[in-house]
Structure formats: structure tokens, C-alpha cells
Ligand binder design. Structure first.
Ligand code: ZN
Length: 508
């Protein structure tokens, strides 16, 4: 029997967000289950589109493998992970790894863009402590979200790395399962040679959709080249994390060093050639709304508030798009999810049909943000248990807390807003349907999401438009305010390169 320990510790850290992820954020249910321990790691995640669930399913098909589940924890993306949360969760993982020795292998379900109060390379630190716990000879394999900012430390400390190949992330479970063959090979003594390249440009999040070229072509190449035990992985990077290794990268892993070099170099060549083909246009909210209203009525038009996507660590309560909808008098609009616990509580206290005078959203502390004051009618209420319908998270249940549908009354716009108590990314039709709204009947669907919404919303929509309003996930990277990324890194395809002087100018 091969004894394999498994654990998960995921966080995508947005250093521009004015929030933190503390232990309670990892313990609570949100888009994903709260902190799981022991056998719950296997039973609660079974069948879900999660990396660890895919790895477990692959292992369970092998009678020679005995799994030792430790824990699995994730928090909604946000500002940095607190030292207390990091030390508590990682301490539990490393304590149990030492207690479980001798082990034949370790699998870790990580994100790859974790930044803590102390460590800019969260996963590098996790791996170095896991290595110290199990020693240099026990194979350690990891799967990563494609929004990972891969570091040389991570590459050096993991025996093999697999990375999602789809955005929306439909292959999370599959990516976990892809870790088993290289772990098996490593347990039998094979060593993978690695070649790592970092790209010289950033790709704004809204241009990373893998359903169209050039991204679809690059991932097809990565997939097609991964044969005979070799792995070619491509990360798009997480632009919300401001650190020295931010950005896209390529990692080729093969037993034959020359093969790894060739694979990595070929993908690098094509990624460099693709730079100009990324569509990074981002109209402002009013322009997007007018374009949507000009389209023929019929199927809905989706307007994505791409820079306030809580799945990228933002507050999910900015009001630029809301104010523009009101100013334009937009009709037939559903909007989700506005994160505002106070407004949700007021609506639940007042009851359906009541009119509340309150300030909605606008509490992120970002420049120019303030609540939208006025009268709102409470049109529906829910307890916020949202059973996912879509392919990405189907089978799971999101917990968004007491939730309300509010209609602003001091405007000519016809607008219903889903207001939640817990931050969640609006990537599934169930966020509307669970509270009695019919997204397919809307004229305009506004979502605080960058790309993930497309898996569920594209099939019912006639068009999807990205718009730029206030939010902590800048898609106009020259305006992001970077301080720590690599000098010379281009701030988007065809954009100028980052330098210390451009930073100080932007911060004035
Ligand atoms: Zn991601």
C-alpha cells in the first residue's frame, strides 16, 4: 500500500483590497465548504468540482493507495491572510504530516496566489514547511488555480505541479486528478526535470477567457503536449496580487530535460506571439449600458462589472455601475450580488413589500465610493442557501446569508438588486433564481464577476459586455498602482512596461 497524505489550503490574495482573511473566514461556509478535517475532506467534497475531490476520486480507483486526509480550507478571495490564520492552518497540516510519517507521498490542493501578512509567497512558505515536515525524499505534488503567480521556490519544492486550463474553471477536479500520475511516477523513483518561464507581460483578468483565441489556442497546446508522463502547464497569473512574481508563467515537466526545454520554449514562443491578440478594451459603465439598451430585445445582455469581482478579492459593493444604470434609466435590469449586510438586515426586519430608506453599498473605502442613499422597496427575501445549477460549481451549495431583492424607487430605472450578507461571486443563475427572479426574462443582467459567469450566463444571453467601474481588481493595469512587480513587465498586451518611476507618478 502507498500511504498518501492530502490537504488543501487555498486563498487568492488581492493586495489592493482593504480586507483580510482571518481564521473565521476559512472556517465559514461561503462559495465553498468551510474548514474540513479528517474524513470530512473526502466525504463533503465528493463529486464537487474541486481539485482535491478529483485527486481523491483518482486515488479511490487504485486499491494500492491508502489516503490520509488532513484538512481542507479556503476563504473567499480578499486582502492578505492574517498570520494567525496562516500559522494555525499550516501548523495543523505540518503537525499531522509529522505524526503520519512514514508517508509515501503528499498531495496539496493550493491556489498559488496567497499572500499573508508576513509572506508574499504564501505557497512557497507552505511548501518549505511541508518539506521540512516530511523530509527531502517524500514526493510532494500540488495542483494550482490558473490565477497563480508561480515562484521559483514553488517550482523547486514541488515534485510536480498541475494548473487549471479553463477560465471559467470547469476543470478543477480534473486538474487535481492530473496530479496522480506524476505522484505515482515520483513514488517509483522517477524525477521530473522542470523548465520555468515567466512571461514579460500581464494579461488583464477580463481578457483571460479560455473560450476564445488566443487563450484557447495556448491551452490547447499545453494539453496536446502533455503526453507520455510529461506536463506542460500555463498560468495566466493573478493581477490583483502585487508581488515580484506576479504574472503569467509556463512550466514544462518531463523526465527528459531536453523535452522539457523544447516544450517550454515552444509555448513561450506562441505566448509571445499572441500578446497583441488579447482584447483588453474596457468601456465605462454608461457606454456599456447604452450599448446594451441599443441591442434588440429578446435574450438578455450581460453587463459584467469586471473590476468589482469578489472572486478576485474585491468588496462586491461598489456602486459605479448602479449609479450609471439609474442615471441612464435602464429598463428590465437584474443586478447581483451587492454585498451589504446592513441593507440585507434592514430588508429582513422590514419585510416583503416594505419601503426602506437606506444607503446601499459603497463602503469599500475606495476613492469616490459612497452608499447610494434613497428609498428601496423590499421585493423578495431568502435565507441565502443557494444550490448551484451550473457546470462550474454544480452539486454544491453556496451560503450567502440573509438575502433580499431591493428595488430603488428614486429613479426612472427598472432595476432589481440582489443584496447578500456574505460576499459571493455572481457566477451561477441560482443566485437570481433561488430568490424568485427569472434571469432569462431580464433585458440586462448585471453581474459582479469577471469571466466565471460566462459558463452559466452565456447560454441564455445574446451578448456579454465587460465594463469598467470602480473596484479593487483593476483591468486597466496602468491604473492599478503596482509597487512590487518586476521592472520591465508590460502592463497588459501592448502596454508600456512597469518601472519605479511610473509607479510614483501614478501614485501622486
Ligand atoms: Zn482562478
Amino acid at each position: 500500500m502507498k500511504r498518501i497524505a492530502i490537504a488543501g489550503f487555498q486563498h487568492e490574495t488581492n493586495t489592493f483590497a482593504r480586507s483580510q482573511a482571518d481564521l473565521s473566514d476559512f472556517e465559514m461556509d461561503d462559495s465553498w465548504p468551510g474548514l474540513l478535517s479528517g474524513e470530512d475532506v473526502i466525504t463533503v467534497t465528493r463529486g464537487m468540482n474541486l481539485p482535491i475531490a478529483g485527486f481523491v476520486a483518482a486515488c479511490e480507483a487504485d486499491a494500492e493507495i491508502e489516503l490520509q486526509p488532513i484538512l481542507w480550507a479556503s476563504a473567499e478571495p480578499s486582502g492578505p491572510v492574517t498570520d494567525h490564520a496562516f500559522e494555525t492552518i499550516l501548523g495543523r497540516i505540518t503537525d499531522q504530516l509529522r505524526a503520519l510519517m512514514p508517508l509515501d507521498g503528499v498531495y496539496l490542493d493550493l491556489h498559488g496566489a496567497m499572500i499573508t501578512q508576513t509572506h508574499t509567497d504564501g505557497e512557497g512558505e507552505i511548501l518549505s514547511r511541508v518539506r521540512a515536515s516530511v523530509g527531502p525524499d517524500v514526493p510532494v505534488v500540488i495542483s494550482l488555480d490558473m490565477h497563480c503567480n508561480v515562484t521559483r521556490k514553488m517550482v523547486a519544492l514541488a515534485d510536480a505541479i498541475t494548473i487549471f486550463r479553463t477560465y471559467p474553471h470547469l476543470d478543477m477536479s480534473e486538474t487535481g486528478a492530473r496530479c496522480l500520475p506524476p505522484l505515482r511516477a515520483a513514488m517509483s523513483g522517477q524525477k521530473l526535470h522542470k523548465v520555468f518561464h515567466q512571461l514579460p507581460y500581464l494579461i488583464p483578468m477580463h481578457a483571460q477567457f479560455t473560450g476564445a483565441p488566443p487563450m484557447s489556442d495556448l491551452y490547447a497546446q499545453a494539453r496536446d503536449a502533455s503526453t507520455d508522463g510529461a506536463l506542460l502547464e500555463l498560468a495566466v497569473g493573478f493581477t490583483g496580487g502585487d508581488m515580484i512574481d506576479t504574472g503569467p508563467s509556463i512550466l514544462a515537466q518531463a523526465e527528459d530535460p531536453q523535452k522539457a526545454q523544447t516544450m517550454a520554449d515552444q509555448l513561450l514562443r506562441n505566448a509571445l506571439a499572441a500578446e497583441a491578440a488579447f482584447d483588453c478594451r474596457l468601456p465605462d459603465a454608461a457606454t456599456g449600458i447604452r450599448a446594451a439598451m441599443a441591442l434588440p430585445q429578446g435574450k438578455p445582455v450581460v453587463i459584467a462589472d469586471v473590476q468589482d469581482n469578489p472572486g478576485g478579492g474585491t468588496s462586491s459593493d461598489t456602486v459605479g455601475l448602479l449609479r450609471a444604470l439609474m442615471a441612464e434609466g435602464a429598463q428590465g435590469v437584474l443586478m447581483g450580488l451587492m454585498h451589504d449586510p446592513e441593507a440585507a438586515a434592514a430588508a429582513h426586519a422590514a419585510g416583503i413589500g416594505a419601503v426602506c430608506t437606506l444607503g446601499l453599498g459603497g463602503r469599500s473605502g475606495l476613492p469616490g465610493e459612497a452608499p447610494v442613499m434613497g428609498r428601496y422597496r423590499v421585493e423578495a427575501l431568502s435565507d441565502g442557501a443557494v444550490r448551484y445549477e451550473g457546470e462550474m460549481y454544480g452539486g454544491g451549495v453556496a451560503q450567502i446569508g440573509p438575502t433580499a431583492v431591493l428595488r430603488p424607487l428614486d429613479t426612472t430605472a427598472d432595476l432589481q438588486i440582489v443584496v447578500s450578507t456574505v460576499r459571493n461571486q455572481c457566477l451561477d443563475l441560482a443566485y437570481f433564481r433561488h430568490i424568485g427572479l427569472q434571469p432569462e426574462n431580464a433585458r440586462i443582467l448585471c453581474v459582479k464577476s469577471t469571466v466565471h459567469y460566462r459558463a452559466a450566463f452565456d447560454p441564455i444571453a445574446q451578448a456579454a459586455l465587460s465594463v469598467g467601474a470602480t473596484g479593487a481588481l483593476s483591468c486597466d493595469l496602468e491604473q492599478a498602482g503596482y509597487r512590487h512587480i518586476r521592472p520591465g513587465l508590460r502592463l497588459g498586451p501592448g502596454k508600456k512596461a512597469f518601472s519605479a518611476s511610473s509607479t510614483s507618478r501614478l501614485q501622486q
